[in-house]
Design a protein around this ligand. Structure first.
Ligand code: SAH
Length: 270
């Protein structure tokens, strides 16, 4: 059917009038949403989380490069895929003070109050990886601090027992880990030097504070085939990360990994 010129103009005018009415009378909130959709991430409550996950993934890539660069000292060139996944999942920004959140995904230690620090992510990564933890493992974490290391271990193991000597830090970490859903991590306030015999033996033990030697009670709580990692003072006044392994016969062997800087393992004045 052929449409006459006049008929055509009328149709165009009617359509234009309807469109104008739609724009004028459309609910305001809906218009605002349409505008918001044009801004990247605006109006999307998960946008910030995605951005943090991206920063975290970038941090993990940089840790992997650092691991490769230090492969001779570490005795391995790559992190286990399970450890990479745990690092990519653990929200480090939840474990640093609010004022330092913008630095949460930089590869550096940060102050957490009480003269203590949350360790550098590269150090957390290698200390965790060198333990060769298997699914279902039970681990001991000495020096809970912010709880970040314990959370990473919580992603990898069935049970994590973590001890912190500074009460205020231990209580905050316990509350934080519970809020974030780490039900398999238990935090105790006390001196970690003596370990946690009620839950021994452990497949792995991480100590995040430096001492003159590996504490004997901790070595005793290591299962056969289990590993412990901890910074130890050298005679030259430096610190070295030491990896200890208990073999199937129960004997302990140790290996120096690399120079580090940790806060001291303090003792309760008895
Ligand atoms: N793993 C922590 C790093 C904390 S720094 C994190 O991921 O944030 C080391 C921590 O060890 C400090 O919080 C310090 O208070 C604690 N610490 C020092 N001596 C200790 C001891 N004897 N027993 C338990 N914790 C100790």
């Amino acid at each position: 059917m052929r449409i006459g010129k006049l008929q055509y103009s009328v149709r165009v005018a009617v359509i234009a009038a309807c469109a104008a009415a739609a724009v004028l009378f459309w609910p305001q909130s809906s218009l605002r949403n349409d505008a918001a959709d044009l801004l990247p991430g605006a109006g999307d409550p998960t946008y910030g989380l995605d951005a943090l996950a991206e920063q975290r993934a970038e941090l993990v890539r940089s840790i992997e490069r650092h691991v490769f660069a230090t492969r001779d000292r570490l005795g391995r060139a790559q992190l286990a895929p399970r450890v990479v996944a745990a690092l990519e999942k653990t929200p480090r920004h939840e474990f640093v003070p609010e004022s330092l959140r913008s630095l949460a995904y930089a590869d550096r230690p940060l102050p957490i109050g009480h003269a203590q620090t949350i360790s550098q992510p590269y150090i957390v990564a290698i200390m965790t990886d060198l333990l060769d933890l298997k699914p279902g493992c039970t681990v001991l974490d000495i020096g809970t601090g912010s709880g970040y290391q314990a959370a990473v271990l919580g992603e990898l193991c069935a049970h994590v027992y973590s001890i912190e000597i500074v009460e205020a830090l231990g209580l905050t970490a316990r509350e934080r880990l519970a809020r974030l859903g780490y039900d398999n991590v238990e935090v105790r306030i006390g001196d970690g030097f003596a370990g946690w015999p009620e839950h021994a033996p452990f497949d792995g033990i991480i100590v995040a504070a430096v001492a003159d030697e590996l504490p004997a009670p901790l070595l005793e709580q290591l299962t056969r085939g289990g590993r412990m990692i901890m910074p130890i003072r050298t005679s030259a006044g430096q610190q070295e990360l030491v990896l200890a392994e208990r073999n199937s016969a129960g004997a302990i062997s140790t290996r120096k990994v690399l120079p580090v800087r940790f806060v001291p393992l303090t003792r309760h004045p008895d």
